[in-house]
Design a binder for this molecule. Sequence first.
Ligand code: THU
Length: 137
Amino acid sequence: MDKALITQLIEKTQSRLGDSYAPYSGFHVAAALLAKDGKIYTGVNIENASYGLCNCAERTAIFTAVNEGCKEFTAICIMGGPGGEVKDFCPPCGACRQVMGEFCKGDFVIILATDTEHYKTYTLDDIFPLRFDDSKL
Ligand code: THU
């Protein structure tokens, strides 16, 4: 992926960390999702006193896009950390990988970053090789 685009996604992700609603875990996460048409959708984690209802940043971004009629994606950048301080990569949880698998192909790019100079890119096939999808139904 183009470095300028990666930088843009990382900066967009960083800019959303302050909107994370994480009063229970204190772990703030943000994501920036790049659609095939070039539009960027963002999301933050949104927690709930009923812990099982917590929604991850990645799913917030994907559901926001789908809700707005967009279902084709190229890449997602994810950043998070305690108190919103990003010191380490924040890989997507299993539920978010499954939701990515619903809408994205194996070459979908996942960018894990701590800042614009420190990041690593993976594909969905890298991080979720044996997945259940509609081809199995
Ligand atoms: N979380 C995310 O938003 N994305 C991830 O990839 C991992 C975990 C959130 C869920 C919960 O609000 C908090 O981080 C701690 O698990």
